[in-house]
Design a protein around this ligand. Structure first.
Ligand SMILES: *Cc1c(COP(=O)(O)O)cnc(C)c1O
Length: 492
């Protein structure tokens, strides 16, 4: 699993540019050339040509092939990032998304000429509703965070339609950062609810905060400590008794497919991350998809348009006066919907259940193999991910960040670090169901090696990573002052 071909920082495409070099050959034009000034308004023309890189075909192919190998991804490495469900992206999904009838369909194609695509979306909505026990699903949100925002906006519209003024949303202190962010964006005050010693919701604290001003309680199940929230049904009942809606962050659905359903547990709203549970690629900032499911009483507030079926014809329903409105361009990230639909149909109900059984088995296997070497954040067994703490290592000068960096040298992507924030020196490991026992063992061996090195030779850990194109970066500066644009260096 050693990385190959690691080398000093590659040059930028601009830096290998040489004037006059080109990567293509075209036949001479056989139509008369006209000056650009005749084709475009003069004021829209550049004063001088854009400074684009000039390279040969070899240069450009090698440059981008090398760049593609400088990163870690599920196709090259085990990727145990917790809470992210970095599972295999089946190649059949890619084939289906590239079918010309899907891949080349223009989003403005009239519904009458896009019946197959609409049927796929309609059926995917039904499948997700069945999987989650919800009554309706909107496929529009582009990510989990946008699913949260739309869910909270529907809850807000629901309370308003009943003439109720509720201003607060309760969120456990173990929550993912998007939960308070999307709630605040929807105009609510965020109130933090404490976790108990086991990492579960502190019911006493929840009850103290539940009042007539609370619009909703939002919680991740299984929770971000990798445990199933033991009193989740009781929690939903407590909230409902006070007129609050309950929202389930479904990012961790990979643990419970076919085993239990948010709708059956009492949730009113639940979002899905197709790029987590349903094998669509995470895409390096590219398209995600975060459909949101709701119970029947929230249906009038669904984002428009809603895809409907009448007789055997599919169409868009825009006439929904209580809708929270349209959320983004066109109809959602359609390519992701094709991939998720393909996955669900490939797996079937039994297959989906086995997904979760094996995801949970794999996480518990890792926890058992590592529990003698690292502290465990919450008593097991865990669900689909396990949270360890490097607090024992920290006393010897090795932090969770150091462990993560050393793993890169040993050929593994790092687990999530410092999340959830309620765990000191957290290392959150999610193996997913798609990894073999051999891969899990190799990863555990590397983690155990690092625990030993902490005691015998921490220098090798502090020097890591040595095998990556760049070493330890200034992460704050990288986030605050990203260099996104090349400019010609000053000088002669
Ligand atoms: C990933 C994640 C989110 C946000 O989903 P995005 O698709 O990244 O916007 C929310 N909650 C939890 C628990 C998550 O893991």
């Amino acid at each position: 699993m050693e990385r190959q071909g690691t080398r000093a920082y590659d040059k930028l495409i601009f830096e290998i540019s040489s004037p006059g070099r080109i990567a293509y050959s075209l036949p001479d034009s056989d139509v008369p050339e006209r000056p650009l000034g005749e084709l475009l308004p003069r004021e829209q023309l550049r004063a001088k040509p854009a400074e684009l890189p000039e390279v040969s075909e070899f240069d450009i192919v090698r440059h981008y092939s090398r760049l593609s190998q400088m990163n870690y991804g599920v196709d090259t490495h085990f990727y145990p990032l917790g809470s992210c469900t970095m599972k295999y992206n089946p190649k059949i999904n890619e084939d289906m998304a590239r079918l010309a009838g899907f891949g080349r369909l223009h989003p403005m194609t009239p519904a009458a000429s896009a019946q197959g695509a609409l049927q796929l979306m309609y059926d995917l909505g039904l499948a997700l509703a069945e999987i989650s026990g919800m009554d309706a699903v909107s496929l529009q949100p582009a990510a989990g965070a946008q699913g949260e925002l739309s869910g909270v906006l529907m809850i807000r519209a629901y309370h308003r339609s009943r003439g109720e003024k509720r201003t607060k949303v309760l969120i456990p202190d173990s929550a993912h950062g998007t939960n308070p962010a999307s709630t605040a964006l929807a105009g609510y005050e965020v109130i933090e609810v404490k976790s108990d010693a086991e990492g579960a919701v502190d019911l006493g604290d929840l009850e103290r905060h539940l009042g007539p001003d609370v619009a909703a309680f939002m919680i991740t199940v299984p929770n971000t400590l990798g445990n199933f929230e033991p009193r989740v049904v009781e929690i939903a009942e407590l909230c409902h008794a006070k007129g609050a809606q309950v929202y389930m962050d479904g990012a961790n659905l990979n643990a419970i497919l076919g085993i239990t359903r948010p709708g059956d547990l009492g949730f009113d709203v639940c979002h899905f991350n197709l790029h987590k549970t349903f094998t669509t690629p995470h895409g390096g900032g590219g398209p995600g998809s975060g459909p949101v499911g709701i119970k029947a009483h929230l249906e009038p507030f669904l984002p428009t348009p809603v895809i409907v079926k009448q007789d055997d014809t599919y169409g868009f329903d825009w006439k929904r006066p209580k809708s929270i409105g349209k959320l983004q361009a066109f109809w959602g990230n359609f390519g992701m919907l094709v991939r998720a639909y393909t996955y669900i149909r490939t797996m079937g109900a039994d297959g989906l259940r086995r997904v979760s059984e094996n995801a949970v088995l794999n996480a518990n296997y890792i926890m058992k193999r590592l529990e003698a070497h690292y502290d465990v954040a919450a008593p097991g067994p865990c669900m689909h991910e396990c949270v360890l703490s490097a607090r024992r290592q920290k006393k010897l000068g090795v932090t969770a960040m150091d462990v993560a960096k050393r793993l890169l040298d040993l050929g593994f992507y790092a687990p999530s670090t410092y999340f959830p924030m309620i765990v000191e020196e957290a290392l959150m490991i999610e193996p997913t169901e798609t990894e073999s026992k051999e891969t899990l063992d190799a990863f555990c061996d590397a983690m155990i090696q690092i625990a030993r090195e902490t005691e015998t030779d921490p220098r090798v850990i502090h020097a890591a990573p040595l095998t990556t194109p760049v070493r330890r970066l200034d992460q704050t500066r990288a986030a605050r002052e990203p260099a996104l644009r090349w400019s010609r260096p000053a000088g002669p």
